[in-house]
Design a binder for this molecule. Structure first.
Ligand SMILES: O=C(O)CCC(=O)C(=O)O
Ligand SMILES: [Fe+2]
Length: 352
């Protein structure tokens, strides 16, 4: 087998095409050890469920403290939470899912118009293949940088569906506002100045949007939609599929199913937030499983700092009893994908 390199060695076929030939699934998609285990994850108990944080309660003086305590607990124990009453209309969230689904239904030639280029993640495509023995994910994607505005590369944005661009722009604005509310609340939950995390991200903070499309798979017990990973972001907003579950999160060495909460967005702590919070907030390892019958589509918005900013534990969270647990990092997104495709966690390189 070839050693893993930093160059893409071959551009793989779309997963949507592979599924039409189930007898010949490439071995890189197969996990022999899978068994029914992949899809039999635990359901969180009522007493220790993935917390649901209500933004109305968070902004109302009589309930704010209780909700902040819930948020802090969520970020420390699960590293994720579902947010409700976030102000984004459910019908608009449906529209965001819908433009994604309609894109993946287009003919191949139409989708190829915004195909990613070798060694580049932006555009329509799937895993970058760095080595022959790399495990591959059963997913096709559209991955685009949506902020800062002057870094948008519209050649990688689908020209079809016709309302793709306007919907994405509106969604980006909504998430930008919501992310500020969430980052302020996260800072307050640690008794920090409310702009602490926002300032660390900088005025030229970067947001990536990714549509993850998981076609039905003939071997769902031996193939993963997305291999175990933690996000490289500060925080990630995940709009789940309306019907199909598939996301699992690792806690105390066990996989738990992440339920679908109607109208909610799931928020994940990313590695750069784990570093900023000096490990108080946990960037959780998660994965996506698939099924034989139905497609699944999710939309992830990764909020990341200006890559020129150095990210390190906030001074106020470092003291004698809790020394800095991470070295400073810069341009984390660039190293992230190399590690990801090797099934490794880039945060290990930063841990002291
Ligand atoms: O599709 C999912 O459920 C998970 C997506 C995810 O983890 C990601 O895009 O990083
Ligand atoms: Fe993720």
């Amino acid at each position: 087998m070839a050693e893993s390199s930093k160059e893409e060695i071959v551009v793989g076929k779309p997963v949507q095409e592979l599924r039409l030939n189930p007898e010949n699934l490439p071995k890189n998609y197969m996990y022999d050890e899978g068994g029914a285990g992949f899809r039999d994850a635990l359901v969180p108990s009522q007493d220790d469920n993935i917390p649901v944080v209500d933004l109305h309660r968070l902004s109302s003086p009589s309930t704010a403290q209780q909700e902040l305590a819930k948020l802090r607990h969520a970020l420390h124990s699960w590293g994720c939470f579902q947010v409700i009453n976030h102000g984004i209309e459910s019908s608009f969230l449906d529209q965001v899912r819908d433009i994604g689904k309609r894109f993946f239904q287009l003919p191949k030639e139409e989708k190829q118009k915004c195909a990613r280029e070798p060694n580049n993640i932006e555009g329509y495509g799937n895993d970058i293949i760095f080595s022959e023995n790399q495990r591959l994910d059963w997913t096709d994607r559209v991955y685009i940088k949506v902020q800062p505005e002057d870094q948008r590369k519209f050649q990688f944005w689908p020209p079809n569906p016709i309302d793709f661009r306007s919907t994405v722009l509106q969604y980006t604005e909504s998430i930008k506002l919501l992310s500020e509310v969430i980052l302020k609340a996260m800072a307050k939950s640690l008794n920090l100045e409310e702009d602490s995390f926002i300032n660390e991200c900088g005025e030229r903070a970067v947001k990536f949007l990714r549509f993850n499309y998981y076609p039905p798979c003939p071997m769902p017990d031996h193939v993963l939609g997305l291999k175990p990973h933690a996000d490289g972001s500060v925080i990630t907003f995940l709009l789940q599929d309306k019907q199909e579950e598939g996301l699992q999160v690792l806690k105390d060495d066990q996989w738990f199913k992440v339920p679908i909460v109607p109208h909610a967005l799931l928020i994940n702590v990313g590695d750069q937030m784990e570093i900023l919070s000096n490990g108080i907030f946990r960037s959780p390892v998660h994965r996506a499983v698939i099924n034989a019958e139905n497609e699944r589509l999710t939309v992830a918005m990764f909020c990341t700092p200006d890559p020129e900013k150095e990210i390190k534990p906030l001074d106020k969270l470092v003291n004698e009893s809790r020394p800095a647990l991470y070295r400073p990092v810069k341009k984390y997104t660039e190293i992230y994908f190399q590690y990801y495709q090797q099934g490794r966690r880039p945060i290990e390189a930063s841990r002291i």
